[in-house]
Write a protein that binds this ligand. Structure first.
Ligand code: IMP
Ligand code: MG
Length: 420
């Protein structure tokens, strides 16, 4: 008989982040021991004292996790993963490119979110996600680290799902602020438009392109640091000062060695197989979707006026992922199958390659000098997850959080008295 554990694992593991869940479990101890069910019924004179105690206990957990991350980084560097404690406790934990000041970050988020004041609601997934984001941002603005490249996802990160980056978007000022600091800005989106004119990217990203063109504050070199990697890792465009817009960069100028190994036949074989699985899901589940095949991608998008439900989209993603993983072409070509919220796509390539290609193209930028901001970090069926292998990351829930994170980033530099 299937155990409850296996059911939970099979149904939910792809939607969970093991590191965040593990920290949540550690913080649950102090929370439970100091919960106060009577607090809202009668006056509890000890509330403030309890808050102070709980704050200290949460901070102490964070201090321990901070040390475990340092231990993990040391063992990564020494090539002794079997000795790393964190890897033992959270086997799926990824690579850390920098240390994380988790205690300081906890105090910042506690002040904003009143985490330790709560007597009935325990520290949540979002509390911890935001603590980790702040820790990563603090670390990248510390004196040891030099940030050289910020890559950002498009849908849900820079703009609402399916919308465009219009001139009124507050994120534009943040992106200009990064360029002004000589930091390259790469928009790494799954949206793939093979046309080398780049017209669709120009339309969707018009707000930032026009702002860069109109800026009298940015140097020509700084303007050239605006790049767009489309189709995850398939089409590169760069801002041209002469053309005052994006121009296509020939693949030979940026393609990574590992991508050179994929020939067109094997890429099309992969997409044929993906299309076959997606099409049979559509038939079996009677989905309100239309299958679309592109040069480097295949997807199912909702028929106009109809919707596909989340569970069905996830079924398609998990099904196609399993089929491709277990096929010869899926072993030869890197691919990314993901649930885009209202659609499902399988792309040739992924955001690890997209970010790496930008790092190489810009002259050899390292993971600890790169920050990727995205909204899709679940381990399966999400497209920003792979960027974790190439860069430090910030996980946002909506475009408003992106603006907050970038404002926080620049805020730490300003506080440190940077000279622009
Ligand atoms: P991102 O969030 O910027 O990576 O964009 C992902 C969204 O782009 C998906 O949810 C799709 O709706 C859309 N999209 C359009 N064309 C493609 C494609 O060729 N591959 C993957 N996603 C695409
Ligand atoms: Mg997205």
């Amino acid at each position: 008989m299937t155990t409850r554990y296996r059911v939970e694992y099979a149904l939910k593991s792809h939607r969970r982040d093991a590191f965040i869940e593990w920290i949540k479990g550690l913080l649950a101890g102090p929370f439970v021991l100091h919960s106060e069910p009577a607090a809202y019924i009668k006056e509890v004179s000890t509330w403030e004292d309890t808050t102070a105690t709980v704050r200290k206990l949460y901070a102490s957990v964070m201090a321990d996790v901070e040390s475990l991350v340092i231990d993990q980084i040391e063992n990564q560097a020494n090539n002794t993963p079997e000795l790393a404690k964190l890897g033992y406790l959270v086997p799926t934990v990824g690579t850390f490119f920098t240390t994380l000041p988790l205690v300081d970050a906890f105090y910042v988020q506690d002040a904003k979110r009143s985490i330790s004041c709560r007597r009935l609601v325990s520290p949540s997934f979002n509390d911890i996600r935001l603590i980790l984001n702040t820790a990563q941002i603090m670390s990248m603005t510390s004196t040891q680290e030099k940030l050289r490249l910020v890559t950002l996802d498009g849908d849900v990160t820079l703009y609402e799902d399916g919308k465009s980056l219009t001139p009124d978007n507050p994120v534009i000022a943040c992106l200009l602020g990064l360029l002004k600091r000589d930091i390259a800005v790469g928009i790494v989106t799954a949206a793939g438009y093979p046309d080398t004119s780049g017209n669709r990217y120009k339309e969707r990203l018009s707000g930032i392109i026009e702002a860069v063109a109109d800026s009298s504050d940015l140097s020509e070199n700084q303007k050239r640091k605006l790049l767009v990697m489309g189709g995850e890792s398939n089409y590169l465009f760069r801002y041209s000062v002469t053309d005052q817009t994006l121009v296509y960069v020939d693949t030979n100028e940026w393609i990574l060695d590992e991508m050179q190994l994929w020939n067109d036949t094997v890429m099309q074989e992969l997409l044929d197989l993906a299309e076959e699985v997606i099409f049979s899901c559509k038939q079996v589940m009677n989905l309100n979707g239309e299958v679309i095949r592109k040069d480097r991608a295949v997807g199912i998008v909702p028929i106009e006026g109809k919707k596909m439900i989340r569970e069905d989209l996830e079924e398609v993603v998990l099904g196609v992922q399993r089929r491709l993983e277990n096929s010869p072409c899926g072993k030869k070509v890197q691919f990314c199958a993901f649930n885009g919220g209202s659609d499902v796509w399988v792309d040739v390539g992924d955001k690890r390659l997209g970010v790496r290609a930008l790092q190489n193209y810009l002259g050899g930028i390292h993971g600890h000098e790169t920050l990727h901001v995205g909204d899709q970090f679940a381990s399966v069926g999400a497209n920003d997850f792979k960027a974790r292998l190439a860069a430090c990351t910030v996980w946002v829930a909506d475009p408003g959080e992106t603006v907050e994170a970038l404002t926080e980033l620049c805020g730490y530099w300003e506080k440190a008295g940077e000279k622009l």
